[in-house]
Design a protein around this ligand. Structure first.
Ligand SMILES: [Zn+2]
Length: 184
């Protein structure tokens, strides 16, 4: 996923991994109308400045978040919205991803990096195979064809408001979840 930034991100994704919007433009229009995304960023494709209602949709854990909405240090490390749509299901895992828990025996699979093949995992405890997204990654990895990345947010620094996920569901008729990623 070289389209992604080198920073940590909060990522929204549809919980049906094969889902993509019929018209990607409709997703952009939705995000801009909601005020999560603002004007397009010139330097990055499919990227948008944070919108005027960004802080209504994303709640920060700290009382005074050290959040930058523009590239004030010229290092690309600031918070913006990046949209990715891929032709096939993409595994978005990072160096911080936890050992995922097996959907059958609930035990963690420590060797997932070696065992993950074609988005499937065979559990070394119970030998059952399942789609990787059926494992519990505890919000440290995601599998989808459509990702809404919110850059420069570290794990557990901020979370999306439930109302944002609900309105995405209402508009696109699909459930949404979120995870955090620190790219490799
Ligand atoms: Zn198992």
């Amino acid at each position: 996923m070289n389209a992604f930034t080198t920073n940590a991100s909060l990522v929204l994704y549809p919980t049906e991994p094969d889902w993509v919007p019929d018209d990607p433009e409709a997703l952009i229009i939705f995000l801009q109308a909601a005020g999560l995304a603002g004007d397009p960023l010139i330097k990055h494709e499919n990227s948008f400045l944070a919108g005027e209602k960004f802080l209504d949709h994303i709640s920060f854990m700290g009382c005074s978040p050290n959040i930058k909405f523009s590239d004030e240090n010229n290092d690309g490390k600031f918070t913006f919205i990046h949209l990715t749509i891929t032709p096939t299901i993409t595994a978005l895992t990072g160096k911080h991803s936890f050992a995922p828990h097996c959907p059958h025996c609930k035990k963690p699979e420590k060797n997932w990096r070696e065992l993950l093949k074609d988005n499937q995992l065979t559990c070394s405890h119970c030998q059952q195979t399942a789609n990787a997204w059926q494992f519990n990654w505890r919000k440290s990895a995601g599998f989808a064809r459509c990702f809404i990345e919110i850059t420069d947010i570290y794990p557990k620094e901020a979370i999306p408001q439930p109302l944002l996920l609900e309105s995405l569901k209402k508009r696109f008729q699909i459930s949404w979840g979120y995870f955090f990623i620190i790219p490799k």
